[in-house]
Write a protein that binds this ligand. Structure first.
Ligand code: SAH
Length: 400
C-alpha cells in the first residue's frame, strides 16, 4: 500500500477538503518501488502524526503530487466509485441543463474526478469527448470510458488529451477514438435554438465553448435591432446567438481562419443571410484601435479573449491586456450600449477582474453601470473547498 506522509502542519488544507497535495507538503512516500514509480497509483495520505486524511492518486512527476479521490476512510477507490460518480454527474446535468445537446458532463474536481473533463455532444447518437489531464484519471481511463458508455447510452467516445497541462503530469499528448465510431469532421448541436457545427477533432479544447451557454443566451435576449461587435469570436458562438435574437448586424473578429470558416458555415446552418455578418481574420488588439480611428461605434460589444494569465506569474501582464481591450471596447460603445466582457484566467479572481475593468472604464473617461455579474453555466459547478474551479467570470456593463 502506497502511503504519503505530510510534513507537520501541512494537513490543514486537506482538513478543509482541498483536493490537491503539493510536492512541497510531503515528508515521505512509502511503498513498493513499482507503486512509487507508477503514475496514478492510489495512495493513503496521512498527517505527520499518522492520522488518515484521504485517498489520492499519486502523480510522481507533477508538482501537484497527489489529487484526492476521497476523504472518506471507508470509501474504496474502485470501479463502483467511478460508476457512482458518473451516474451522479449525469443525473445532475439531466435535471439542471436545458435547451441544449452540448453538455459538460464531467467537470473535474467538482464531479469527483480531478483532472477529467467530459463534454457530451448531440445525445446518444453523438459523441462523448474526454480530456484526461491528470495521472489518476489516466490510470482509470478504461473503467471511466466503460462507465460513461453504460450510464449515458452513447457508444462513441473520443479523446482530446492534447492540452499542455498533460506534460506537467509527465503524460504524453494523445487524441483518438476510445470507443465506437470515428467522429465526422463536424457534429451538429442545437443550443437555445441556434445550430452550431462542432469540430471535435480539430477545434479548441473539445470543440466548443460550452461554458458560455448562458452568456450567449443573455446576448441573444439583448441583441434585437443592435449593431454588434464580437471580439475573439472563435466559431461565432455569440455572433449566432445575437443574430438569433434579431441583431441588425454582427462584426466578428478572430485570428483563427479555421474557426471563422466554421462560423460562416454556422450562418448557413441557421439560414441567416450572409449579409448580416462580417467575419474578419485579424488581431483584436489592432482591429479595435483601427475601428476607433475610423470612428466606428456599436450598440453591443462582446470581449471573450483566451486565457491571458496561464499562471499566477502572468497576472500583471494579463491585467494590462484585459485593461487594454476593455478600454477600447468601452470607447467603441454608443450611449446606451452594452459591453459583455469575460476572463477565463483562473489566476484572476472575479474581484480583480472587476477592478481591472473599472480601471479601463475610468481611463476611457466614460461612465458605466454593472448590470450583471456573469459566470459559467450550470453544468460547470465548483465545490466550496476548491475555489480554483471558478475560472470563467464576466461582467455585463451598460454605458448610460
Ligand atoms: N467566444 C467564443 C470563444 C472564444 S475563445 C465562443 O463563445 O465560442 C478565444 C478565441 O480568441 C480563439 O478563437 C482564438 O483563436 C482567438 N484569439 C486569440 N488571440 C487573438 C487575437 N490576438 N486576436 C484575435 N483573436 C484571437
Amino acid at each position: 500500500m502506497l502511503t504519503i506522509t505530510l510534513k507537520p502542519g501541512k494537513e490543514k488544507s486537506l482538513l478543509r477538503r482541498h483536493p490537491w497535495i503539493f510536492a512541497s507538503a510531503i515528508d515521505r512516500v512509502e511503498g513498493k518501488p513499482e507503486e512509487k514509480a507508477k503514475s496514478g497509483s492510489t495512495a493513503v495520505v496521512q498527517s505527520s502524526s499518522g492520522q488518515f486524511l484521504a485517498r489520492a492518486a499519486f502523480s510522481p512527476k507533477s508538482q501537484i503530487r497527489a489529487r484526492v479521490w476521497s476523504f472518506d476512510q471507508n470509501e474504496p477507490i474502485d470501479h463502483a466509485l467511478i460508476k457512482r460518480r458518473i451516474r451522479n454527474a449525469l443525473s445532475y446535468r439531466t435535471s439542471s441543463v436545458r435547451d441544449t445537446d452540448a453538455i459538460r458532463l464531467i467537470f473535474g474536481e467538482a464531479d469527483g474526478f480531478p483532472g477529467l473533463v467530459v463534454d457530451w455532444y448531440a445525445g446518444k447518437q453523438g459523441t462523448l469527448v474526454c480530456q484526461f489531464q491528470s495521472a489518476g484519471v489516466e490510470a482509470w481511463k478504461v473503467p471511466i470510458v466503460q462507465a460513461l458508455i453504460s450510464e449515458t447510452g452513447c457508444p462513441n467516445v473520443y479523446e482530446r488529451s492534447d492540452a499542455s497541462v498533460r506534460e506537467r503530469e509527465g503524460l504524453p499528448l494523445v487524441t483518438g477514438v476510445l470507443a465506437g465510431d470515428e467522429p465526422g469532421t463536424e457534429i451538429h448541436v442545437v443550443e437555445n435554438g441556434v445550430h452550431y457545427a462542432v469540430d471535435i477533432k480539430h477545434g479548441h479544447k473539445t470543440g466548443f465553448y460550452i461554458d458560455q451557454r448562458d452568456n450567449r443566451r443573455l446576448v441573444m435576449e439583448q441583441a434585437a435591432g443592435r449593431e454588434v461587435l464580437n471580439c475573439f469570436c472563435y466559431t461565432g458562438g455569440f455572433s449566432l446567438a445575437a443574430l438569433k435574437g434579431g441583431a441588425a448586424s454582427v462584426l466578428s473578429i478572430d485570428s483563427s481562419a479555421d474557426a471563422l470558416e466554421t462560423g460562416k458555415r454556422n450562418m448557413a446552418l441557421n439560414d441567416f443571410a450572409p449579409s448580416l455578418a462580417e467575419w474578419r481574420d485579424a488581431d483584436v488588439f489592432k482591429t479595435l484601435r483601427a475601428l476607433r480611428e475610423q470612428g466606428r461605434t456599436f450598440d453591443l460589444v462582446v470581449l471573450d479573449p483566451p486565457k491571458f494569465a496561464s499562471s499566477p506569474d502572468h497576472v500583471e501582464r494579463a491585467a494590462r491586456a484585459y485593461k487594454d481591450i476593455n478600454l477600447l471596447g468601452m470607447q467603441l460603445l454608443r450611449e446606451g450600449g452594452l459591453l459583455f466582457t469575460y476572463s477565463c484566467s483562473g489566476a484572476i479572481s472575479a474581484d480583480l477582474f472587476q477592478k481591472i475593468v473599472a480601471g479601463a472604464v475610468n481611463d476611457a473617461r466614460v461612465d458605466a453601470r454593472i448590470v450583471r455579474r456573469l459566470s459559467a453555466g450550470i453544468d460547470h459547478p465548483m465545490t466550496t473547498s476548491f475555489p480554483e474551479g471558478e475560472y470563467l467570470k464576466g461582467l455585463m456593463l451598460q454605458k448610460p
